[in-house]
Design a protein around this ligand. Structure first.
Ligand code: SF4
Length: 302
């Protein structure tokens, strides 16, 4: 049976996170980004398979009862775009009753529906909202995010501004750069100008591809990323830093494979869960394999 809860996972910028996947096994997203770490899939305007909120909340309750490691955030995410989930408000209200003290609620969105009134109503209940913004020009948007045909970039940008005006929590923008696609100096300047107009922005996470992408897309060299970061210097910029504490999480091979089914894990991350001998044993079974992306190696579920 599908388990919508995954983790805890070490997130680079939010700490130890327990994830709740609202879309289920099939990818359901209104984008089909070049760099997506999930498999490529035709974008969809709405979720076709909707999990009942009770199913998600019961699974979360059971997972929280078993957790022994410290947790920083409870992350709503999806095998796709979580704001497509039609019961998001009911879900976050139910989650708030379960959140352990000191743990923040976070949602990771592609930013495409921040202007939709019912989405705004749900997002207002989150402590932290992170939205992606990879393009501010139509041509670049089509290339990098490969959106559903009904989406309008202009409406998306206005939606971000409108939501930011009303939101009182911790608002984070993530800009992911793909070499040769959205990294021209002119486009970066426009992107930074737009972000300057977003009120109450707590942080801008600038990054590049660091996980195996759905399509042939290349990460930026570190020096290039640093160079472009200069255009964001008057914004609350955060640059990527893969600093993994070698914290050991209690895990089993089965639980680890379950995690890997959701997303690839770097070799360093994987070692937080299993020791080298256990990882090698799993590799021999053929259930996982290693792939190189840029300078890093990742474990993949096969
Ligand atoms: S990266 Fe996110 S927004 Fe883009 S296709 Fe994948 S799930 Fe959708």
């Amino acid at each position: 049976m599908f388990n919508p809860i995954f983790g805890p996972l070490k997130s680079r910028r939010f700490g130890w996170s327990l994830g709740i996947d609202v879309s289920g096994q099939a990818k359901q997203c209104n984008f089909d980004c070049l760099y997506c770490e999930l498999t490529a899939h035709k974008p969809t305007a709405r979720m076709q398979n909707v999990l009942p909120p009770d199913f998600l909340l019961n699974a979360l309750k059971r997972a929280l009862e078993k957790i022994t490691t410290p947790l920083n955030v409870l992350t709503t995410t999806a095998n796709g775009e979580p704001t497509l989930y039609p019961h998001l408000k009911e879900l976050i209200i139910g989650m708030q009753a379960l959140v352990p003290s000191g743990v923040q609620t976070l949602i990771l969105s592609n930013g495409s529906r921040l202007g939709v009134p019912e989405v705004q109503e749900a997002l207002m209940h989150y402590n932290m909202v992170k939205f992606s913004l990879d393009a501010v020009c139509k041509k670049v948007f089509s290339r990098v995010d490969r959106p559903h045909k009904d989406l309008s970039l202009e409406k998306i940008l206005n939606g971000i501004l409108d939501f930011a005006q009303k939101y009182r929590g911790f608002l984070v923008a993530e800009v992911l750069l793909v070499a040769g696609v959205n990294d021209s100096e002119a486009h970066i300047k426009d992107l930074a100008s737009f972000l300057r107009r977003v009120p109450n922005l707590a942080r801008v996470d600038l990054s590049t591809i660091d996980r195996p992408p759905a399509y042939k897309a290349k990460p930026l060299e570190t020096t290039k990323l640093q160079e472009l970061a200069a255009h964001f210097q008057d914004l609350p910029l955060s640059l990527p830093q893969r600093v993994l504490e070698q914290t050991q999480v209690q895990s089993t091979k089965e639980a680890f494979l379950e995690l890997l089914r959701c997303r690839p894990l770097s070799v360093e991350e994987a070692r937080c869960y299993l020791n080298i001998a256990e990882l090698q044993e799993l590799q021999k079974t053929g259930l996982l394999q290693i792939k190189q992306v840029g300078q890093m190696h990742f474990y993949y579920y096969t």
